[in-house]
Design a protein around this ligand. Structure first.
Ligand code: 4AD
Ligand code: MG
Length: 430
């Protein structure tokens, strides 16, 4: 019977075969401990010399790291391991013998590991982070499907820029100039007018020359957009959505969180509603915390966000930023035209902004005025104006950065470990 490591708990006391790689090994004259991994999990195989034919024991003793093999044996409970099960091995069949695997069990530097990302992904920690990423994606679809959203896929190649023109990746589209998408938002607004509540999930690109632990050049965003939903209701959806993914990861990724030694008490608290402060209040708070140089009208950097987040054990919304530091499409606060109906959601523990969102301008004239101020001309933007000509409605949306969310929930320092093959400043390999 061929099974996977994940299925082992259902086969206690049964003889089974598992296709696996050897991640590590320890052996003496009489016994060999094989650390096996098969993609679904990690499990120990124990080979006792006196219980197996001589060639099986000698093969076991000599297998090199990352060789592939079929191991056969009986699954038994093992209370000493996190997984809780191990295999009493009766046979080992080598599929492919690996030579000199570069990532040995000793410590390696980050650049070395990044150069070997195609292999580094096999490690227990990276495996755990990828599983958490997958659970966030799974529970995202679950949440939005249950809430009646329709998944819509905006284009990657586009002629329009949603988030300013300085960070665009330019490419040729036959004879035209095109960009890689920075955000699907403008298209999602069109989709919301057709389907009501929609969400997208896809790659986005920013030619940002920032080398920080929160910035990737290529990252994945979840972008919901909702017709007839105003700013305040959008915040409620955001906090419910984030609570849902955190609780899903806690429920379905117990083993992974323990591999990563994540402090669960910090995540268990994350339940809606989340605290909200205005940009004005945030400025006051920063001044109190000793940031004397920050002035009203300036954008926050990572140290500011971290300082604000320190006052809360929940994600915190910072709302109503000055109009001049935010995107052209954000709706002004009807009570105060110098700020807009927007919010950034700042994760706890210094992981930074995980969501940016806003209510959108629905008035044609005001949008035309913004076009002028921002120099948005030509057919690439004309269609977006038309959404304000034919049955314009109040609508809101937001974008959640997947990698920063993975970093936060996994407790990993840097976003480079939260995506299989990170695109960073000066790194396009592997
Ligand atoms: O705040 P941003 O730029 O918002 C938008 O793009 C909106 N159009 C979204 C919308 O309303 N539909 O980006 C949204 C989120 C950020 O909060 C952050 O989590 C993530 O995307 N993000 C990045 N993640 C990694 N690397 C980068 N360079 C990122 N830039 C933004
Ligand atoms: Mg933002």
């Amino acid at each position: 019977m061929k099974i996977t490591i994940a299925q082992a708990p259902q086969y206690v006391e049964k003889e089974v075969t598992i296709g696996a790689w050897l991640s590590n090994k320890r052996s003496s004259g009489k016994i060999a401990f094989l650390q096996l991994r098969d993609g679904t999990g990690f499990m120990q195989g124990v080979v006792v010399k006196s219980d197996v034919p001589e060639d099986v024991f000698s093969t076991s003793k000599n297998i090199t790291q990352e060789s592939s093999l079929y191991v056969t044996g009986k699954i038994v409970e093992d209370t000493r391991s996190d997984f809780g099960y191990e295999m009493q091995v009766s046979n080992v069949e080598l599929i492919h013998e690996a030579n000199d695997y570069p990532i040995t069990p000793k410590e390696h530097g980050t650049e070395f590991l990044m150069d070997h990302r195609h292999l580094w992904l096999r490690s227990k920690k990276q495996h755990a982070v990828m599983k958490i990423r997958n659970e966030i994606i799974r529970s995202t679809y679950e949440y939005f499907n249950e809430e009646g959203f329709v998944k819509v896929d905006p284009p990657i190649l586009t002629g329009s820029s949603a988030e300013g023109t300085t960070e665009l990746f330019h490419t040729k589209y036959f004879d035209e100039e095109a960009y890689l998408s920075q955000s699907g938002q403008l298209y999602m607004e069109a989709a919301a007018m057709a389907l009501g509540k929609v969400f997208s999930f896809g790659p986005t690109f920013r030619a940002e020359k920032s080398k920080t632990r929160r910035h990737l050049i290529e990252f994945w965003m979840i972008e919901p957009e909702m017709a007839f939903v105003e700013h305040e209701d959008s915040l409620k959806i955001q906090e419910n959505y984030v609570s849902h993914i955190v609780q899903s990861v806690l429920t379905n990724c117990k083993l992974e969180l323990s591999v990563l030694e994540r402090d669960l008490s910090k995540l268990e608290k994350i339940k809606a509603p989340f605290p909200r402060i205005s940009y004005d209040e945030a400025i006051d708070m920063l001044k109190e915390k000793g940031f004397d140089d920050i002035e009203w009208g300036e954008d926050f950097g990572a140290p500011h966000e971290t300082a604000i987040a320190e006052s809360y054990d929940m994600p915190v919304f910072i709302t109503n930023y000055p109009k001049d530091i935010k995107a052209f499409y954000m709706k002004p606060d009807p009570n105060r035209s110098d700020v807009v109906l927007c919010a950034d959601l700042i994760a706890p523990e210094g992981y930074g902004e995980i969501i940016g969102g806003s209510q959108r301008i629905d008035d044609l004239e005001l949008m035309e005025q913004r076009y002028e101020e921002h120099g948005l001309t030509g057919p690439a933007y004309q269609w977006y104006l038309e959404l304000r000509k034919y049955g314009s409605v109040p609508h809101s949306g937001f974008g959640l950065g997947l990698e920063r969310t993975v970093a936060w929930l996994s407790g990993v320092e840097h976003v480079r470990e939260t995506i299989p093959f990170p695109r960073l400043l000066n790194r396009l390999y592997p």
